[in-house]
Design a protein around this ligand. Structure first.
Ligand code: PLP
Length: 395
């Protein structure tokens, strides 16, 4: 799972150069290319920038994606600067008037509208500036057990601050008048995350069918359905990946059942999680109450993912044989070890009670699946430890 170029770099870094985030852009490009190839050519692939908005990551994805989904004015400016000229879709709840004005001025390709109030605001601002806003209405569609089967996080299908309930969405249709300020381009949905390919396909089919019924009922021609992101990343099986081939085949069926519809998907995590590693070293090893703890340089203030998702972050031990102290090297062998960081809180745990063959002070640890919702969701400045180094390989 860890690529040779990452391992090689890690051996060259000194202790003080750790922790470090290492991104393998060659591996990222290969993965994105495979994802693109697995989808039917007509299906558009947007990358949800909030998963990892590092400029080099955004740029490495550019050859393989149709555009980028941004969820704030900050992301809008950032992504536009990092990958100029790429199509942008502006989503997310609570867009401010200033953000909408700026997005209209920049000519974003699509507005994912979350409420009737937001739609009115957009219409007013667009009208005042003689702009046209191309809109996808975000629907909060109830999902059945079949669709929601293994969802880690449901965004829709239950009371939710995201999108519009179907009846409320229907009431918004009257705002798309002939004056052309607002153009209804279709429907957007992002209903769950952590789904496997069969569940994602079921969700896509359900959203597309609902969108078609809506347009049939109102004599409209919404031609686009964005079926969202949320493709599962299995942190317990880091070598296992979302079945893009099965999803691609499923989307081909959905397209066949809904002729004339443009399908779009906007994954974040499942595109970038695999390309990033958070690499550090064991600073201390100790026992307490019969349990072993390894204290690592850094912690969840750099890699918050295991705290937010309540999982053990998968990792590889990279043994380092250097030891020049005058006392015996602290080590554990054949026992369970809990990996913690340097923060003065019991919540600073990266992995719990993991069986370990051997682990010594000074060995290096490379946490996998740290390319999405990792550095950028972490509270970097809590306790004022130095920030990690950042290394981009290839690309
Ligand atoms: C976060 C988000 C995504 C991406 O979700 P992942 O789980 O990272 O694939 C896509 N669309 C919307 C609207 C989102 O909020």
């Amino acid at each position: 799972m860890i690529t040779p170029s990452v391992t090689e770099l890690v051996t060259t870094l000194s202790g003080d150069e750790l922790p470090a985030y290492v991104y393998d852009l060659t591996a990222l490009a290969a993965h994105a290319q495979a994802v693109r190839a697995a989808l039917p050519p007509a299906v558009e692939l947007y990358y949800a920038a909030k998963a990892n908005p590092a400029p080099r990551v955004l740029a490495a994805l550019a050859p393989y994606v149709t555009g980028y989904e941004v969820a704030s004015g900050g992301e809008l400016e950032h992504v536009r600067d990092a990958v100029p000229g790429q199509p942008l879709a502006f989503g997310g709840p609570g867009k401010t008037e200033t953000e909408l004005r700026r997005a209209l001025k920049l000519g974003v390709e699509r507005f994912h509208v979350e409420s009737e109030h937001e739609l009115r605001l957009l219409a007013e601002i667009a009208g005042a500036g003689s702009h046209t806003a191309d809109v996808l209405l975000r629907v909060n569609l109830p999902l059945g057990e079949e669709e929601l089967g293994g969802a880690a996080l449901a965004m829709g299908g239950r009371p939710s601050p995201f999108g519009l309930d179907p009846d409320r969405l229907e009431r918004c249709l009257g705002h798309f008048t002939a004056d052309g300020r607002l153009r209804l381009r279709g429907i957007h949905a992002h209903l769950a995350s952590g789904l496997d390919a069969p569940a994602q396909t079921a969700v896509a089919g359900r959203v597309a069918a609902w969108a078609r019924e809506l347009s049939d009922r109102h004599g409209l021609a919404p031609t686009e359905v964005n079926v969202g992101g949320g493709m599962g990343v299995d942190y317990a099986r880091p070598d296992h990946r979302f079945d893009w081939a099965a999803y691609g085949a499923g989307l081909a069926d959905v397209a066949r059942d809904n002729p004339g519809l443009t399908l779009r998907t906007e994954p974040g995590r499942a595109l970038t999680a695999y390309c990033g590693w958070y690499v550090t070293e064991v600073l201390d090893l100790k026992h307490s109450g019969g349990e072993a703890f390894a204290v690592l340089r850094g912690g969840t203030h750099h890699l918050r993912t295991p705290v937010t998702k309540q999982h053990d972050q998968p990792f590889r031990v990279l043994p380092d044989d250097r030891w020049d102290r005058s006392w015996p090297r602290p080590a554990v062998a054949g026992e369970r070890v809990t990996l913690v960081g340097q923060l003065c809180t019991p919540k600073d745990v990266l992995a719990r009670r993991v069986p370990m063959d051997t682990l010594r002070v000074g060995d290096r640890i490379a946490f996998a699946l740290a390319g999405a919702y990792a550095w950028n969701i972490s509270h970097h400045d809590f306790l004022m430890h130095p920030h990690p180094g950042f290394h981009y390989l290839g690309g």
